[in-house]
Design a protein around this ligand. Sequence first.
Ligand code: KIV
Length: 286
Amino acid sequence: MRTTIREIAAMKRRGKRIAMITAYDYTSARIVEAAGMDIILVGDSLGQVVLGYDSTVPVTMEDMLHHIKAVVRGSDKTHIVGDLPFMSYQASESEAVRNAGRLLKEGGAQSVKLEGGKHVAKSMRRIVRAGIPVMGHIGLTPQAVNQLGGYRIQGKTTKAAVELIEDAKAVEDAGAYSVVLEGVPSQLARIVTQRLTIPTIGIGAGVHCDGQVQVFHDMMGLYSDFTPKHARKYANLSADMRGAVADYIQDVRAQSFPSEDESFTLAPNVLAELTGDANIAARSER
Ligand code: KIV
């Protein structure tokens, strides 16, 4: 049985911090589950770190389903959150419910995440009523990058902070089981965390949230185009992998790869029959 939303809610009550990370494929899902992760988010950030787009805007439902299925195959205990991509829930409440349902029914996720506060609360409520657990996402909402005018920290003025607190309450009232706070000053994230009963999960929102989420590629030092200020590199895999590939190229050129141990051999009688030379096998072994 995978971690349930009841268990996630209980972690806030017990004061146990929630660890969440993104993953987009079978292999990384296996790695993060083996390390003991609480929640895997198959985030639409895959648009940038896996598919090479310059934002999350072009990501489709088909992209999300493809990657969610791979992550589900690579895990069996971890709660999987599927991100609803841009324009899969904004146009109408019924489209939002239908697409949220697809992430569970076809993808195999246990809950869905969508960006926005008050203005998406109605759709959130409808999704929850359909039996689909919802994680909210407020503050810096990357799908709205064109509206926000860039990836900017949100809630910095009194007015903007009050609006963010209202958005958080709207998400909780709509029945969400948790909410991501992205790109929010840590004092504001603390106020929101204290005022909500559902867990807050921060990214660029300071240490006072009930949990933290990071993008796998940022944490592993795999994505070198841009590293956000909030990301901590726990590994430098991009440099390690480049070094490994360079070593391989060198070994191929020097014919030190593959070795005898990495090769397969014909039985001596087959070799003799093939070549018509009864002594060839014996000679080649000398
Ligand atoms: O898509 C994503 O990876 C996200 C996280 C940044 C929260 O939404």
